[in-house]
Design a protein around this ligand. Structure first.
Ligand SMILES: *Cc1c(COP(=O)(O)O)cnc(C)c1O
Length: 347
């Protein structure tokens, strides 16, 4: 895609920060999109490509380092830009995040263009006389979407901000492009980008998906610890919806489990719960061909993107080990966690 459409694709660390795989990612992607100092440092140290940093608001004690190590710094308001422009101009390429006010994400938790969104400058708040030193515009309006959604967001972006593009050097289409999903219209995206680049041949175009990089690259392996009954059979796992896969509760969504079906679809139905004391730490109701028993393995599919980056040690539960499956079916345990990781983040 990058070759055909002549665009650059970055990895958004927010969705996928498994840095032990960055040697592989680096073969395809041009760098990282970071959301603050820690992600920018990780990008610099471990990815070693371009570093593009955007934050809803930069902190005074972090901005100098961010400017030093970032190729692009994207500001979320004119106030932030004015505050830091003297430091930034000449040292990094400055951009502004705009809000195209195009809502196609149904869940507000994941909709950057929802009403009262704090993410990006709206047309009404755009100060066209304050663009001195600004090289680029950035918008991020999608979540797990296909080309049709980008088309809509891009149309609004151009309608509201297109008049400023002739004086820009680059434009960043953000993330949320589900480009690695089997039904994603890759050819459609390439032609959309080509048409856009025809209109603005002077612009460098960036995309920065996170989720699509980790999409369907791995599982969360859990073990049944106990099976009990309270009006229905309940299985307690050595993982946790709250601590290890919070999107199952926040989105909410139903994780796919290998070999399991919907409740009552197979002979034995269980409510799967986590090993914390939170009453609502429930992964969901699933049915199995055989009764579950302590020691059984439960394989939760597609648990890399936005999962590993969100794990916590809530309730003292251990973080899941990080294991790489190699081509020849060998496993490499890259990280085990224990008491010191729990203790070390508290004091
Ligand atoms: C979250 C985010 C991304 C990545 O989005 P995905 O849905 O993971 O592709 C890219 N850019 C910005 C500014 C983001 O906040």
């Amino acid at each position: 895609m990058q070759d055909e459409a002549n665009v650059k694709i970055l990895l958004a660390l927010k969705g996928f920060a498994l840095w032990s795989t960055f040697d592989l990612c680096r073969q395809y992607l041009k760098g990282c999109c970071a959301s603050g100092l820690n992600e920018a440092l990780l990008a610099k140290e471990e990815f070693k490509g371009e570093v593009h940093t955007y934050s809803p608001a930069f902190k005074e004690d972090e901005i100098d380092k961010i400017i030093e190590i970032s190729n692009h710094v994207v500001f979320n308001s004119f106030a932030q830009y004015k505050k830091y422009k003297q430091k930034a101009i000449g040292k990094t390429s400055c951009g502004l995040r705009v809000n195209p006010e195009y809502s196609s994400v149904e869940v507000d938790l994941y909709n950057p263009c929802a009403p009262y969104s704090r993410l990006g400058i709206t047309k009404a708040n755009f100060q066209e006389n304050e663009l001195d030193g600004i090289d680029g515009l950035h918008f991020h309006a999608l979540c797990e979407q296909n080309v049709d959604a980008l088309e809509g967001a891009l149309a609004n972006f151009e309608k509201n901000f297109g008049q400023y593009l002739p004086s820009m050097k680059w434009v960043n289409f953000g993330g949320g492009h589900h480009i690695t999903r089997a039904d994603y219209d890759v050819e459609g995206l390439i032609s959309l980008l080509k048409v856009f680049k025809k209109r603005y041949p002077h612009l460098e175009v960036y995309l920065e998906p996170g989720e699509a990089v980790g999409w369907q690259t791995g599982v969360l392996m859990a073990t049944v610890l106990d099976v009990i009954d309270n009006g229905m059979p309940l299985a307690i796992l050595d993982t946790s919806a709250e601590a290890h896969m919070p999107d199952t509760l926040a989105m909410p969504y139903r994780a796919a489990i290998r070999g399991a079906g919907l409740p009552n679809e197979k002979k034995y139905t269980y409510r799967l719960g986590g090993n914390t004391c939170l009453a609502g730490d429930i992964i969901g109701d699933y049915s199995f061909d055989e009764p579950l028993k302590a020691g059984d393995k439960i394989i939760l599919e597609d648990m890399i993107h936005y999962t590993m980056v969100k794990t916590t040690t809530f309730n003292g539960i251990n973080l899941p080990s990080i294991v790489l499956l190699k081509e020849n079916d060998c496993y490499q345990i890259v990280r085990n966690f224990g008491y010191n990781d729990y203790k070390g983040r508290l004091s």
